[in-house]
Design a protein around this ligand. Structure first.
Ligand SMILES: *[C@@H]1O[C@H](CO)[C@@H](O)[C@H](O)[C@H]1NC(C)=O
Ligand SMILES: *[C@@H]1O[C@H](CO)[C@@H](O)[C@H](O)[C@H]1NC(C)=O
Ligand SMILES: *[C@@H]1O[C@H](CO)[C@@H](O)[C@H](O)[C@H]1NC(C)=O
Ligand SMILES: *[C@@H]1O[C@H](CO)[C@@H](O)[C@H](O)[C@H]1NC(C)=O
Ligand SMILES: *[C@@H]1O[C@H](CO)[C@@H](O)[C@H](O)[C@H]1NC(C)=O
Ligand SMILES: *[C@@H]1O[C@H](CO)[C@@H](O)[C@H](O)[C@H]1NC(C)=O
Ligand SMILES: *[C@@H]1O[C@H](CO)[C@@H](O)[C@H](O)[C@H]1NC(C)=O
Length: 173
């Protein structure tokens, strides 16, 4: 009985440590991306302003029990720059990413395929170039600005439920 209790306690402590490590990784990834942006709009994103967790930062929502980032909503937040330094693999529980109505440019990185829980992605009303990476295959819904062609691989997205390509200048088939 006592041994079992110790085992459970040990597991609880271990999972606390693991949660803390992933929260720190998420915070570091967000700061790293912020430093690459032209923005003055995220003053709360500051490592000295948290207890190692980004959950109280502007636009970030976490799972209450585990303090892991689930939603990032930075719609209309005056963000300029690229997604090149956004480390998608740092967010294993991210389900929704909304970066609509900013002035982001460049390509949508292939690393987006590493955010394996992502089901809602809104990149509309930015200035992204080029096409959708096929790594986007796990997503269920997305909404984005595209200037070019729709890749034929899009027909492989068997889980896709909603695709909104409104307000674009699409060419080709
Ligand atoms: C810390 O975050 C709070 C809430 O977002 C913000 O009001 C405050 O200015 C931040 N402080 C620093 C030092 O960044
Ligand atoms: C974080 O907050 C501290 C204390 O307010 C400030 O000195 C520092 O410049 C801030 N760092 C960033 C990256 O905004
Ligand atoms: C997302 O952010 C925008 C801009 O700050 C805000 O208007 C909107 O209510 C937010 N949406 C959600 C679901 O929090
Ligand atoms: C973006 O925010 C500004 C104010 O900061 C507001 O006037 C504008 O209507 C917003 N645009 C969208 C698309 O939400
Ligand atoms: C984004 O595109 C719009 C419309 O094409 C243009 O007016 C704006 O200057 C562009 N912004 C950036 C940051 O490239
Ligand atoms: C996913 O993450 C791994 C490890 O960080 C990295 O090596 C890989 O290149 C990433 N995948 C993509 C498609 O970027
Ligand atoms: C992203 O945020 C905008 C502004 O709040 C909202 O209109 C839009 O529906 C959101 N997109 C998703 C996929 O939730």
């Amino acid at each position: 009985m006592k041994k079992n209790f110790q085992k459970i306690l040990h597991c609880l402590i271990l999972s606390c440590i693991l949660i803390e490590i992933s929260a720190q990784r998420e915070a570091a990834a967000l700061i790293n991306w912020k430093e690459s942006l032209n923005t003055a709009s995220l003053p709360s994103w500051n490592l000295s302003n948290t207890s190692g967790s980004p959950c109280k930062w502007t636009g970030i929502s976490c799972n209450e029990a585990s303090s892991i980032v689930e939603i990032i909503n930075l719609s209309n937040s005056s963000l300029g720059g690229t997604l090149n330094r956004f480390d998608f693999s740092a967010f294993p529980s991210l389900t929704s990413l909304n970066l609509s109505s900013n002035t982001l440019v460049g390509e949508i990185p292939r690393g987006i395929g590493n955010a394996t829980k992502l089901i809602r992605l809104d990149l509309a009303r930015n200035n992204f170039t080029n096409s959708i990476p096929i790594e986007i295959g796990n997503l269920l819904e997305f909404d984005m600005s595209l200037m070019n062609q729709i890749p034929s691989q899009l027909s492989n997205l068997q889980k896709l439920q909603l695709l909104d390509l409104g307000g674009n200048y699409l060419r080709g088939s």
